[in-house]
Design a protein around this ligand. Sequence first.
Ligand code: NI
Length: 175
Amino acid sequence: MILEIKKYPDPILTKKAKKIKNIDQEIQKLIDNMIETMYAAPGAGLAAPQVGHSIRLAVFDSSVKEEEGRLTVLINPEVIEKNGEVIIKEGCLSVPGFEAEIKRPEQIKVTGLDRNGQLITIEATGFLARVIQHEIDHLDGILLLDRISILKRNIFKRRFLKKQKTESEEQAAQE
Ligand code: NI
């Protein structure tokens, strides 16, 4: 089932998500639906808060940009190592139409659980490292907009509010 993707400024996107204690049937179903929703979007990653669940779960597949990419389900992730710094342009399914050059560690080592509750360690660099860090940000309630300068953020917010106003006026005119 394809789920509705929550968009900025939905408050769930700015909440710190809770750790998962029990990977039950409900979580398994959510994982399947998140995978379907991510591929349908299409996106390289999706975090549970983006579909309305404030829990520490993300799915990603970097194969849109990297041949070696594959589908990964990551539960309760922790970054245990980070090295270097690189600027890469990022977008987000929850902030449609917005892209920004963001500086983050180039290489990371992450641990977490897979959907069977097995401990996994991922060493990532390049686009995959970027996707994983972006998704972990979502679990911490951090959006791309929080990673850009205040000046750029204000420009975005002004444009966004203006667009929203225009859309609601158009809707009112149609009614
Ligand atoms: Ni995102």
